[in-house]
Design a protein around this ligand. Structure first.
Ligand code: PAF
Length: 284
């Protein structure tokens, strides 16, 4: 595995693969790689000859007061993990490389970016779209792999790629969960043992909604209120949002119809740690 930290060198490497018709897949990450990320790298491997994993904690997608400075970083561990899954190039630029002095240009997808996560974290998707567009320009991938856990990110990035004609196929990997159901996340390391035990309530609330829908409940407000009641039984939990929305427009739904495939998503603070999770369900 080669470790590349400059944009110029990354572009040079990618251009070298082109004439040999080598398909390139990128797995963009902010590092602190866990089994969920490794499953993205494996999926990338299945879909391309060359896998580029990126590790960059992107400052522009963190709002003031969020966890940018304390976000877990361990590049040695990440390199070993990325290499063991078959990464060919680990792209690890620093902040000055990606945002040199005088940087002014941002990419935005209004509408979709202002809902759910975007409502709670203004500017978040502007930062995500900007860095993903830059990574696409550095790596020139044929395929990009993102995790379903960040369902809204998948929608926003796919829209950006379409609108800006990036010739990239977006592949979505299923959410990987711990044994008790908690979605894998780099932020899980922030949780105290008590919070870790309570954090599984996010998944339990999604399972509850699945049961309610399976039993014929179609009223979204009622389903959300049952999910919220369950979450609030955990002393460390503070709900940011619980949503049942159209899976492509993210517009909130009042009621469900047979055959709908809504996106059920939520963000909950467990102690000081903000966690997200989601599920798509086909309404029977
Ligand atoms: O999902 C993430 O880890 C980040 O949002 C991404 C896509 C790497 C952009 O910084």
């Amino acid at each position: 595995m080669r470790i590349v930290s400059s944009v110029q060198e990354m572009q040079r490497q990618s251009r070298e693969f082109r004439p040999r018709s080598k398909k390139i897949a990128v797995v963009p990450t902010m590092g602190s790689l866990h089994e969920g990320h490794l499953s993205l790298i494996r999926l990338a491997r299945e879909n391309a000859e060359i896998v580029v994993t990126t590790v960059f904690v992107n400052p522009t997608q963190f709002a003031e007061g969020e966890d940018f400075t304390k976000y877990p970083r361990d590049i040695e561990r990440d390199s070993l993990a990325a290499e063991s899954e078959g990464t060919d190039i680990l792209f690890v630029p620093d902040v000055e490389e990606m945002y040199p002095k005088g940087f002014r240009t941002f990419v935005e997808v209004p509408g979709l970016s202002g809902l759910l996560e975007g409502k709670s974290r203004p500017g978040h998707f502007r930062g995500v779209c900007t860095i993903v567009a830059k990574l696409f320009n550095c790596i020139m991938p044929d395929v990009a792999v993102f995790g379903q856990k960040d369902a809204q990110q998948v929608l926003v990035v796919s829209k950006m790629a379409r609108d800006l004609d990036f010739p990239v196929r977006i592949i979505v990997a299923p959410t990987l969960r711990e044994g008790d159901g908690l979605a894998m996340s780099s932020r899980n390391v922030y949780l105290s043992p008590v919070e870790r035990a309570e954090a599984v309530v996010l998944y339990h609330s999604l399972q509850l909604s699945e049961r309610l829908i399976g039993n014929g409940e179609r009223n979204c407000r009622l389903i959300i209120s049952e999910m919220e009641k369950l979450i609030m039984t955990k002393p460390s939990a503070r709900i940011d949002y619980v949503s049942i929305a159209d899976a492509s427009t993210l517009m909130e739904l009042e009621s469900l119809q047979r055959g709908d495939v809504p996106l059920l998503s939520l963000a909950v603070k467990i102690g000081g740690t903000r966690l997200i999770d989601n599920l798509t369900i086909k309404v029977p």
